[in-house]
Every structure is written in structure tokens, then in C-alpha cells.
Design a protein around this ligand. Structure first.
Ligand SMILES: *[C@@H]1O[C@H](CO)[C@@H](O)[C@H](O)[C@H]1NC(C)=O
Ligand SMILES: *[C@@H]1O[C@H](CO)[C@@H](O)[C@H](O)[C@H]1NC(C)=O
Ligand SMILES: *[C@@H]1O[C@H](CO)[C@@H](O)[C@H](O)[C@H]1NC(C)=O
Ligand SMILES: *[C@@H]1O[C@H](CO)[C@@H](O)[C@H](O)[C@H]1NC(C)=O
Ligand SMILES: *[C@@H]1O[C@H](CO)[C@@H](O)[C@H](O)[C@H]1NC(C)=O
Ligand SMILES: *[C@@H]1O[C@H](CO)[C@@H](O)[C@H](O)[C@H]1NC(C)=O
Ligand SMILES: *[C@@H]1O[C@H](CO)[C@@H](O)[C@H](O)[C@H]1NC(C)=O
Ligand SMILES: *[C@@H]1O[C@H](CO)[C@@H](O)[C@H](O)[C@H]1NC(C)=O
Ligand SMILES: *[C@@H]1O[C@H](CO)[C@@H](O)[C@H](O)[C@H]1NC(C)=O
Ligand SMILES: *[C@@H]1O[C@H](CO)[C@@H](O)[C@H](O)[C@H]1NC(C)=O
Length: 774
């Protein structure tokens, strides 16, 4: 802690004097390649709306024209007969003029086909078809009686497929699904007029939207919101090219996928053109949409994994829990049965975060909460019975560091309800810190967040509330930790209500001085090819859990001394007699394993505190976050789930240890070192030095919990060690198993059998003690 402060002071001083790194609100962003300058887009139809796939808005779209009934006729890329006459056409009477008008793409131009009198009195026209399969054939003409439409197959066999008469004149005559045809004939004893003949072949109504990146790029991930519309497309394909001649199909997309979908190219491939090909249903008035297309390099929008930095906090210090007033018992925590509420969750939590609703304190944001009256049991301005002191002091007694997340949104308090936003926010901050802070208050609160997810306010409005409330807090208390609301640093387009959570426009340079910690939430989601959100393991390259990298980059650029708290993360699972029904559910075993692996990754990403969401399952609900508890719900007596037991076990083993370094971190295995704190941590930490401090090696395979694969990895350690013990975290009961048979060590040569279940190896350096096992 002391070092933190010193470091902060020296960095700031340094900045002021010489190296003022310019503030960069977008420092966390990895820009999509399709949004760079020089990028162009065009579409096979309605090109005027093509730019909407590049407008950073998933809800605006390119709309193709309606291929049928008419639009395709004039398009050489769709109408396979376009321009074929006169070369591939023939009429009985050499006097017939202007055969080209029959396939000129226009139904207003016309050609008369006259009878030829030498042998039989018959007017006849024929066209040699370029494809033998025809999805749709359309004929426009003016007929007298008995005009026959005839198909001729490869061996010259003729079939009458339609008899036209005078009432068919001027209308489109449509014939569907012809196959095995090589010639189409139209014959009549009378003259007739052909206005147009057109056809859709095997590929039907094809549409394409193309992005030209302007140069060849190494593409690792493409994000498409390509929902084509209801019953609009037969298929959609992601295709790429370097010359617009040869196109490679990268992925068959699901045209009905409502949400955006990410396609991973592993390994990345160099392309200049990215396109989506649609086959539109061959029916009238069908058209397709494309909403947004983005692309990134191999590290996707998350950017590269940061250099490992030794932790300054132990694993136990980092892990905390999200709770709530009364922890589901609906009574003050001081009245909850012993061993329950804060005294249950403190077994694995060093801190607890509370959703402290501002509308429990005040009826209107311009009113005073009157905490001094609250302390005398007269309630707050909004809640007659409420006394936060009772609640927070009990949490503190349970050894929990108390983080209050002031929860206020535009839903509860619209912008218009703040008459004097800055003054009111300042005053509330001042009153809060005066009452709960260490400096002049009762000290029941250690940290306070200016909003939980205040994403439905406009960014400018929130930014000024943050500055004012943080200043109000700091006006009376320099000790309490002040956090911003929870924001992300990877998507600059998420700026508007109701989901404006971009840090760049909400945490501004002019406010950062009174904010001590940055605040973010990261769950581990990916989208399926159907565009449905599911949860995945934390190491998955596509996982939204990787957004901690962006916030870290933002921090490193704009306020390198400020810690980051991950105040919400976790997984939903079934277990302890409670089913999990939302699409983001994982198994109880997976929740436990991902929880442990996620925690290990958190320690490696310089996060100072990580607060699991949620302490318990909720009663009677089936939506996301209902089953994210460390325990079952009240209905099932808050029974510990596997994740709770897994955390207990990990904390028993390495709770007092510090993350030191990464030994290996790729698809073949993750191997991290934990041990004594480094005295002089710096980003380019020396492998040997950190290894000397190591007491534990933790290793696992970054795969799905259901994957039972086990692989042997071999490592050359910087020094010879002896193995004291080996345990595998099972994610089940019992929470750990002896695993010494999975470890062999021969001097500095170590082999481990690793799997989805983390292996914790306790090591000792030979020059330390004699307590060697093997
Ligand atoms: C299509 O529209 C884009 C603008 O969105 C324009 O730059 C491009 O030149 C157009 N292409 C064609 C082929 O019309
Ligand atoms: C023309 O053909 C249609 C069937 O295709 C028939 O219903 C109609 O009666 C015919 N009209 C004449 C004038 O023959
Ligand atoms: C043409 O064939 C396709 C594929 O067999 C079928 O889905 C479609 O309904 C047919 N169209 C018509 C108009 O019969
Ligand atoms: C809340 O504060 C407002 C403004 O000071 C006041 O008018 C109102 O009476 C207060 N209500 C309660 C219940 O304290
Ligand atoms: C921080 O708070 C103090 C006390 O209210 C205030 O004087 C100062 O201007 C604030 N600084 C910033 C950057 O908001
Ligand atoms: C705040 O005060 C407490 C208690 O006096 C102390 O332990 C802690 O280090 C202080 N924190 C800061 C950031 O100054
Ligand atoms: C992420 O997880 C999904 C589902 O388990 C899997 O299909 C995909 O291959 C994983 N992606 C990466 C990049 O690991
Ligand atoms: C919960 O506790 C109550 C009272 O102690 C008990 O009757 C009930 O069987 C328990 N339920 C479960 C699911 O353990
Ligand atoms: C399990 O993980 C291994 C190692 O990464 C991988 O090769 C294999 O494909 C995975 N199995 C399944 C079913 O995903
Ligand atoms: C790993 O497992 C295999 C068989 O599953 C076993 O033969 C081997 O001894 C184990 N230990 C190591 C260190 O590879």
C-alpha cells in the first residue's frame, strides 16, 4: 500500500515535469480494419445504402433491391439470359428484326416474330440456354392463340410446358424449376411479339456486399451482423479475396442469426476484400440485409495479452463477492443466523460490494439523504426504516472491506430530475463521505463507486456527475477509495443510452484526479453462429472476458498509477438442486473450474480486486445472472456450490501468495508462478528472480470443462526444485485430489500432466530447507 502511494507520487511528478503522455480517451481500442480511412464498400444492388455496414451502428442496414419480380431482369449478374440475343437466338423468319431486344433487360422494347411460310406456317423463336437448371423463367409478350412454350433437352427431345393465348399478353409468364433443358422454344401458327425473356439460374438471386480494405491485411477475426431478414435468404457466406476474381469461402453463415457473429481465422490470413454473399429466396419482393461488418487482426478487438507483471496483492486480497443488504435474508446482517450472510461469504472474500440504491437514500437527487438522522434510527429521506450503519458495520465486523456501489440510473432518476446536477452530486458525495468515511465519518465504508452501471445517462451528463460527486467526497475525505461506475474500453461506439458504457466519454481527464480506482465488469461470453450469446471458458480468445486487456491499456496510457477493480465477473450454473435455463449457463463443474482459472488470470492481469457476481442464486427466475451464485438461493438454504468449495481450496493453498510470472500461456497450456511478493516488481521482471520467489506452479489446459483431454508438458525451469506436493482442483466434490503422480521433476526438468482442471504444484528450492518429498 505504501509503495503504491510512493509509486503514484513519483509517476505523477515525473509526468508533470517531463513526460506528459497525452490523454487518450480511446487508448483501449483496437480499431476495426473496416473503419480505417481508405476503406470502401459497394453492393450488388442499392449501393446507396451500402455505407451503413460501416457506420458503427448494428441497427442500420444495407438493404438489397427486390430481385423478383423485376429487378433482376436488367442485371447481368443475376439474369443468365441477359444480352444473349442475337448470338444464341434464332427465329424461323430471317426477316425478324432486333432479336437483341428480347434479352436487353427491358420489358418495354419488343420484337415481332413472324411466321415462315415456305414449309409450314409457323412463327418460331428459340434461345440456347447457358445453364440447364433454371430456377425462374419469365416471358413477356403479346400473343394470339396457341402459342407454345417448349423445352428441348440435351438429346433433342421436346416438351410442351405451357400454352399461351391472348389473355397471357403483357403479363409476366413465370415458369419455375426447370432442369435438364438446353434450348427454349416459343412457337405459334400466328405471329407474336416478344418483349423480354429472362431467367435465374443455379445461383438464383445472388447479392454481395464487398468491403475493400484498400490494402492487404492480416485478418484474424471478422464480425458480421448479417441477419438477412425473415425468410429472406437461402444462404449467406463470408467470402474473401485479394483480387475480386478468386473468392475463398471462409465460413457458411447462418442467415437467420439475429445477433452479430464472429468468425475466427486461425491462423490469420491475408486478404484485401471481405464480402458477404447472399442467395435470396426466389420469390417476389424478397431482399436481404447486412447491418455491420468489422475485422481485426489475430488478437481481435482485445489486442495482445499484456506483459506479465508481479502482483502486489495476494490471491485472497483480490477475491471478493457482490452482496446486497441482508444477503437474501431480508433482515439486517446483524440479525442473520451465525455462519450465514457476511459470515458465510467472508470465508472466501476479502471484500464485499453492495448495490446501494440512491433511491433508498433520497426521493429526489437534489434532496439530502440526512444520514445523521438515519444514524438516530429516523431513516433516510426515502426509506423510513433504513440504517446503513447497522448493515455496513456488520460487514466490517465479518472482516470484509466494504465497497459501496452507489446505484443510480436514468430509469430511477432521469436527467431532468437533477435540477442542479453538479451541486446535488457534490453535496451527496460530501454527505456520504462525511458520514461513512474514515476521515471524519464512522469509517464503515472503505470504497465508493459513483454509479454501478449508469449507462442510460448521456455520457456528458454522467461525466459531470462523476467529477462533482468525486470532488464532493474528496472535499471531506482523502482516504476513502473513489471509483467511477463500471465501464469498458474496447467499444467506442457504446456511447449512447441505454447502454453507453464506454469509458472514453465518461471518465474524463478533468475528473480523474479525484478518482482513485478504475472500475469494470467482464463476463466470459461468446456468440454462437446463430448469434446466440453463450458463456465460455475465460481463456477463449473470443471471450468478452478479454476486455480486461483493453481497460488495462487504457489505464496504462491515461493513469498508470491507478488500480483496476473488476467489480463483476462470474458464470451462471446449475447445481445444489437449482436448474439453470438461460443460454449462458455452464455446468456446476465448469463454473468452479472457470472461476478458479478466471481468478488466476485476474491475478495475472494486474487487477487489484475482483468481485464475484453473485453471492447466491436468486429465487424463482430463469434469466441471465439468476444462477451465478457461489451458493444456492435462500430456498435451498444458501448451500455452497462447487465454485465456493473450489475457491476455498485455492485460497487454502495459495491464498497468501502473489502471482509472479507466466511460464507458458498458449493453447498447449497455461503455467503461472505464485509465491512470495517481489520486492521490486517491474514489468520486465526477470524470469530467474521471480522463479526464486515461487512456491507454487499452477498449470492447466485452456479448454472447455467438459473436455477430458490430458496432455503432458515438459518445462525447463530456471533452477532445480523439489516438489513438495501436488493437487488437482476438481471443480466437484471432493474439491481437490492428490496429483503427485502427474508431476515428475528431475533437477530443473519438470513434466506435468495437465487438463482443464488446474494442477497446483508446491515446490521448494533445494537451498531452502530439507523437507523434500519428490
Ligand atoms: C457504392 O457506394 C459507395 C459509397 O457508399 C461509393 O463509394 C462507391 O463508389 C459506390 N460503388 C459503385 C460501384 O457504385
Ligand atoms: C387462355 O388460357 C387460359 C389458361 O391458361 C384459359 O383459362 C383461358 O380460357 C384461355 N383464353 C382463351 C381466350 O382461350
Ligand atoms: C423450386 O425448387 C425448390 C427446391 O426444390 C423448392 O424449394 C421450391 O419451392 C420450388 N419452387 C416452386 C415455385 O415450385
Ligand atoms: C425529503 O427531502 C425533501 C427535501 O428536503 C423534503 O421536502 C421531504 O420532506 C423529505 N422527506 C422525508 C421523508 O424526509
Ligand atoms: C477534487 O476534489 C477537490 C475537493 O473537492 C477539488 O478542490 C478539486 O478541484 C477536485 N479535482 C478534480 C480534478 O476534480
Ligand atoms: C485509510 O485509513 C485507514 C485507516 O486509518 C488506513 O488503514 C488506510 O491505509 C487509509 N487508506 C488510504 C488510501 O490512505
Ligand atoms: C471458444 O469457445 C467455443 C465454444 O466452446 C469454441 O467453439 C471455440 O473454438 C473457442 N474459440 C477459441 C478461439 O478458443
Ligand atoms: C433448509 O433448512 C430448513 C430449515 O432448517 C430445512 O427444513 C430444509 O430441509 C432445508 N432445505 C434444504 C434444501 O436443505
Ligand atoms: C479437447 O482439448 C484438446 C486440447 O486442446 C483438443 O485438441 C481437443 O480438440 C478438445 N476436444 C474437444 C472435444 O473439444
Ligand atoms: C501422466 O499420465 C500418464 C498416463 O495417463 C502417466 O503414464 C504418466 O506417468 C503421468 N505423469 C507424467 C508426469 O506425465
Amino acid at each position: 500500500m505504501t509503495r503504491n502511494v510512493l509509486l503514484w507520487a513519483s509517476v505523477c511528478l515525473f509526468n508533470v515535469v517531463t513526460l506528459v503522455a497525452p490523454w487518450d480517451p480511446d487508448a483501449g481500442i483496437v480499431k476495426s480494419m473496416t473503419k480505417l480511412s481508405g476503406v470502401q464498400v459497394w453492393a450488388t444492388s442499392n449501393n446507396d445504402s451500402a455505407h451503413k455496414v460501416l457506420d458503427n451502428d448494428d441497427n442500420t442496414q444495407w438493404t438489397s433491391n427486390n430481385c423478383l419480380p423485376m429487378d433482376y431482369i436488367s442485371r447481368s449478374d443475376q439474369n443468365i439470359l441477359y444480352g444473349l440475343c442475337p448470338e444464341r437466338c434464332h427465329s424461323n423468319n430471317p426477316q425478324d428484326q432486333d432479336l437483341d431486344k428480347i434479352t436487353d433487360g427491358m420489358t418495354i422494347t419488343a420484337t415481332k416474330i413472324n411466321p415462315w411460310t415456305e414449309n409450314v406456317r409457323k412463327a418460331s423463336f428459340q434461345i440456347i440456354l447457358p445453364e440447364s437448371t433454371i430456377q425462374v423463367l419469365s416471358i413477356w409478350g403479346i400473343y394470339k392463340d396457341n402459342t407454345k412454350v417448349i423445352t428441348v433437352d440435351g438429346s433433342g427431345h421436346e416438351t410442351d410446358i405451357r400454352l399461351l393465348n391472348v389473355t397471357d399478353s403483357y403479363h409476366e409468364i413465370r415458369i419455375n424449376n426447370l432442369s435438364g433443358v438446353s434450348v427454349l422454344k416459343i412457337e405459334s401458327p400466328h405471329d407474336f411479339i416478344l418483349k423480354e425473356i429472362s431467367a435465374l439460374g443455379t445461383k438464383g438471386c445472388a447479392e454481395r456486399i464487398v468491403i475493400d480494405l484498400g490494402q492487404v491485411q492480416r485478418i484474424g477475426v471478422v464480425r458480421t451482423r448479417h441477419w438477412a431478414g425473415a425468410k429472406a435468404a437461402v444462404s449467406a457466406k463470408l467470402v474473401m479475396s485479394n483480387d475480386q476474381k478468386v473468392w475463398t469461402t471462409v465460413k457458411e453463415l447462418v442467415p437467420d442469426a439475429l445477433g452479430a457473429v464472429e468468425t475466427v481465422l486461425s491462423p490469420p490470413v491475408e486478404y484485401r476484400y471481405i464480402a458477404v454473399d447472399y442467395e435470396v429466396f426466389s420469390a417476389n419482393y424478397r431482399h436481404v440485409y447486412c447491418w455491420e461488418i468489422d475485422a481485426w487482426g489475430e488478437h481481435s478487438k482485445w489486442g495482445p495479452v499484456p506483459t506479465p507483471v508481479p502482483q502486489e496483492n495476494t490471491v485472497r486480497e483480490i477475491l471478493g463477492v457482490n452482496g446486497i443488504w441482508g444477503w437474501g435474508h431480508n433482515i439486517y446482517s446483524d440479525s442473520i443466523t451465525a455462519g450465514e450472510g457476511p459470515y458465510l461469504y467472508n470465508q472466501i472474500s476479502s471484500h464485499a460490494r453492495n448495490y446501494h440504491n440512491l433511491n433508498w437514500d433520497v426521493l429526489d437527487p437534489d434532496f439530502s439523504p440526512r444520514f445523521e438522522q438515519m444514524a438516530k434510527s429516523h431513516g433516510t429521506n426515502a426509506t423510513w426504516w433504513l440504517n446503513w450503519d447497522r448493515e455496513y458495520s456488520t460487514w466490517q465486523k465479518a472482516g470484509l472491506y466494504v465497497d459501496v456501489s452507489l446505484q443510480f440510473t436514468a430509469k430511477d432518476f432521469p436527467e431532468s430530475s437533477w435540477n442542479t446536477p453538479e451541486r446535488s452530486a457534490f453535496q451527496y458525495g460530501e454527505e456520504f463521505a462525511s458520514h461513512f468515511g474514515q476521515a471524519i465519518g464512522n469509517g464503515f465504508v472503505d470504497a465508493v463507486e459513483v454509479g454501478n452501471e449508469p449507462w442510460d445517462y448521456h455520457s456528458g451528463f454522467y461525466a459531470s456527475l462523476l467529477k462533482a460527486m468525486a470532488s464532493g467526497i474528496r472535499a471531506v475525505d482523502t482516504n476513502i477509495t473513489v471509483l467511477s461506475g463500471a465501464f469498458q474500453a474496447h467499444d467506442e461506439n457504446a456511447d449512447n443510452p441505454p447502454s453507453g458504457n464506454y469509458i472514453g466519454t465518461r471518465v474524463k481527464e478533468d475528473a480523474i484526479g479525484n478518482v482513485s480506482v478504475l472500475n469494470t465488469h467482464a463476463y466470459s461470453f461468446i456468440s454462437t453462429e446463430n448469434g446466440q450469446r453463450i458463456a465460455t471458458y475465460p481463456e477463449n480468445q473470443s471471450s468478452t472476458f478479454n476486455s480486461i486487456r483493453n481497460i488495462l491499456r487504457w489505464r496504462d496510457t491515461n493513469c498508470p498509477s491507478k488500480p483496476i477493480w473488476l467489480t463483476e465477473w462470474g458464470w451462471d450454473s446449475d447445481g445444489e438442486n437449482e436448474a439453470c435455463k438461460n443460454s449462458e449457463c455452464v455446468s456446476e463443474n465448469a463454473q468452479a473450474l472457470y472461476g478458479v482459472r478466471g481468478l488466476l488470470m485476474i491475478t495475472r492481469h494486474q487487477i487489484q480486486k475482483a468481485t464475484w457476481y453473485f453471492y447466491a442464486n436468486l429465487d424463482n427466475c430463469d434469466t441471465l445472472f439468476c444462477r451465478s451464485g457461489l451458493t444456492s438461493s435462500k430456498m435451498h438454504n444458501f448451500t455452497k456450490k462447487a465454485v465456493f468449495q473450489a475457491f476455498e481450496t485455492v485460497l487454502q493453498m495459495i491464498g497468501d501468495k502473489y502471482f509472479l510470472n507466466v511460464f507458458k500461456e498458449d493453447s498447449g497450456g497455461y503455467v503461472y508462478l505464485f509465491g512470495q511478493q517481489m520486492n521490486n516488481p517491474d514489468a520486465t521482471s526477470n524470469k530467474v528472480k521471480s522463479f526464486e520467489k515461487a512456491t507454487h506452479i499452477v498449470a492447466w489446459l485452456p479448454v472447455d470443462a467438459a473436455n477430458t483431454t490430458s496432455t503432458s508438458i515438459t518445462m525447463d525451469l530456471p533452477r532445480a526444485v523439489n516438489v513438495l506436493n501436488g493437487w488437482r482442483i476438481t471443480g466437484a466434490t471432493p474439491p481437490k485430489l492428490k496429483a503427485t503422480e502427474d508431476i515428475t521433476v528431475d533437477g530443473s526438468h519438470m513434466s506435468l500432466n495437465i487438463s482443464s482442471r488446474p494442477l497446483i504444484v508446491e515446490i521448494v528450492h533445494p537451498d531452502h530447507a530439507g523437507e523434500i518429498v519428490g
